[in-house]
Design a protein around this ligand. Sequence first.
Ligand SMILES: NC(=O)c1ccc[n+]([C@@H]2O[C@H](COP(=O)([O-])OP(=O)(O)OC[C@H]3O[C@@H](n4cnc5c(N)ncnc54)[C@H](O)[C@@H]3O)[C@@H](O)[C@H]2O)c1
Ligand SMILES: N[C@H](CO)Cc1c[nH]c[nH+]1
Ligand SMILES: [Zn+2]
Length: 862
Amino acid sequence: MASPLVIAVQPRATSDKNNIKNIARVGNAFIKATNASEAIDFINANSTFFDIYVDTTDIGADNAVEILNAGASKIFLNTKQLISLTEENEIPSSRLVAYVASDEDSTELRNWLANAPGSQDVGVCSTSNAAELFEKFDFPKDGGQVFKLFGENVTESAVIEEVAHGVVAIVPSNQLSIIPTADGKVAASNVLASRAVPDRNTGLIATLVVDERGVSLGFVWSNKESLLEALKTGTGVYHSRKRGLWYKGQTSGDTQELLSIGFDCDADCLVFRVKQLGRGFCHLGTNTCFGRYHGLSSLQKTLQSRKESAPPGSYTARLFNDPKLVEAKIMEEAEELCQATTKSEIASEAADLIYFALTRCIAADVSLEDIEKNLDLKNLKVKRRKGDAKARWAQKVGLAKSGKASEPSPAPVEEEAPKSDRIEMKRIHTANTPISVIKDALERPSQKSNEAIVELVKPIIADVRANGDAAVLKYTHKFEKATSLTSPVLKAPFPQHLMQLSSDTIKAIDVSFENIKKFHSAQKDDKPLVVETMPGVVCSRFSRPIERVGLYIPGGTAVLPSTALMLGVPAMVAGCKRIVFASPPRSDGSISPEIVYAAHKCGAESIVLAGGAQAVAAMAYGTESITKVDKILGPGNQFVTAAKMMVSNDTSAGVSIDMPAGPSEVLVIADKKASPAFVASDLLSQAEHGVDSQVILIAVDLDDRELAAIDEQVHQQANALPRVDIVRGSIAHSVTFVVKSIEEAMNLSNEYAPEHLILQLENAEEVVPLVQNAGSVFIGQWTPESVGDYSAGVNHSLPTYGYAKQYSGVNLGSFVKHITSSNLSAEGLRNVSEAVMQLAAVEGLDAHKRAVSIRMDIINKS
Ligand SMILES: NC(=O)c1ccc[n+]([C@@H]2O[C@H](COP(=O)([O-])OP(=O)(O)OC[C@H]3O[C@@H](n4cnc5c(N)ncnc54)[C@H](O)[C@@H]3O)[C@@H](O)[C@H]2O)c1
Ligand SMILES: N[C@H](CO)Cc1c[nH]c[nH+]1
Ligand SMILES: [Zn+2]
């Protein structure tokens, strides 16, 4: 049995969003769906934390099925809706809960239950007398659960009373606290403690501790005090019969993060689901008190630790460094599994296949828990697809066209064929869509919580600060696997052999270099600005280059020499004296020759051979061999961005940054005249950057046929790309909005504040005055965004995530600071003196006043 508590959360409330982990510790979640996509987004974002129950009474049967398929554990409907839904769909009764609001409802439901075979697991929910319902339906004998939906006036005693009868209490999140508080909210710790049935002799509560996957780690005791402490700290805290309150890992360091608390079937055993840190749960140092992990758990642990620090030269290290090798091995083992015949051969080949598949997953930070959650979600789907094989594979094994073999093949009943092979953006017609849904669709794909990234980045910065070069090298060995690297920096003059490039590439870099130089040189404000504000009072402003700049060139998923030019050229044009490049090296310790050539052309003094937070920290604080800089510029992933923000907040570092520039994004506005092929090509050019990229199309008054033409182009062109898998990821959170007018399109675009805005419009130039927020604009059908990425002359290092509302992209101004000066004659001082002295007096700052009066005395005497 899960927890007897279900928490009614508001999907859009920030307090609930920030509190998900705490909520998940004490119960499952309930939301009331006002539209399907909001509910589905909530499920997608949170189904790893808890089961999600969705009230679908307001959104109709079709949406209810969609929500179940998205992974809702149960849907709540009124009695009539439930009965009609089950007439048309085969839905397991355990996924359905009926609201019973009246005697009429209850009679109708009882009659239906009596006549509908397989309906015994339907749950019931009441807003009033749940315990009475419990009696009436003789639940939960028949498998269903009884829910009581509490409102704002809920009291803790009422919840405890219902829960004591086996009812599951649904409590609004704003009326619930995890532990007791002074404001009288329902304390989850009290409800859970009241529900637990203690051991008759000791009064203690038997407690089973399990890991993320439900594997038993050990058996312990709890009591009310330890339960409270566990919830207060979010860690594993129990009751030791020898020592009393027992904070697991306090002495050994093998602590636990508490994920959730539940019960067994009759509530006489608590189940603590935890993430075990350190060596393991048992005091003997094994993973569990029942011995070491075995099978899949053991393989997962080994692969995870190998990923952290695989012995150089080991086979697993080779696999982690060579994705193509893993790919080949997976295909080889899959084929061998299909060919195996005896029981032992099949077991052996399946084991090999699982080994390589799990290596692929761990390399991508996907765990067995993630895989199992995915299996569970697939298992929850209501309508299954046929599960036919793709044509390529069907032909390979001689399957007939229909997908049926001449020999009957076992139908993969549980397996759903990939949702669809089509690479397609979701579509929203704004005219009949609530604003909240539009806003949600415009949200950038969620990243790992900032908090988690900060926790990863903080120790790296501290380490580099304390241990300099040695720490930088350590992280480069770890993240870039460049274990042969012995120095973290390459100093100018850069040797010719590190810049060996084809003449075509040199020509392309040279053309881009010149255009970028031309455009950024034109941004110079060489002459000081001079204004005489009063006779004899001359104010001026002049610029000076920032002396030392650190330029980060990303190198994780793709090497970006173009970014080296976008940062290096304006730094050179501005006259920065010391230009330091940083970029993660390749696993053999080398840096791409295009970046070395760009560094050479821009007059960089050195290239830091490191990426991520370590490179940022090294440039912010300096090390034995890396120059400390005054400003760090350049885009990067979330580790780079978090590190830039952190060092710029540290006043002792004395370093500033350009802006938070994250995953690439583009918004295309297209009208009926736009070429579907051009539109698709522009969308895909940013979608291929990374799975966290997002592309938005705003189609102005296009009909279904015109929209379908663009969809078809997106699908066709995407499938022809080598980075199709990345594109598939980014298109999954990308969207087409269909709007009625250019004005509406521009309002949406300004609200989104895209990094790149492409105007594929007949009168594109006329629309430019409506642009309020955007990093860089691409005007008309002959201006693809990629010209800006490389060679037109504009800068491609631009604000993302909506920061175009307040930040400019990198430009010449990013590399200079402005200094002002005042120059007064005696006449000027006379003219301004009264104002200065009066204001100084108002502020009570007499020395300020005297600095003027002492001079005025002399002037007046002469
Ligand atoms: N907005 C812009 O102007 C612009 C321009 C170009 C690129 N980009 C974006 O920059 C990003 C580049 O990201 P990238 O990953 O390819 O390269 P990156 O160089 O930013 O990051 C790679 C580094 O991340 C660090 N790292 C990786 N995993 C880590 C972990 N688990 N813990 C700590 N550090 C870890 C490593 O040190 C590695 O060197 C992309 O999102 C791209 O879209 C934006
Ligand atoms: N479009 C990226 C900025 O968001 C920059 C880039 C580099 N190479 C290709 N594109
Ligand atoms: Zn790009």
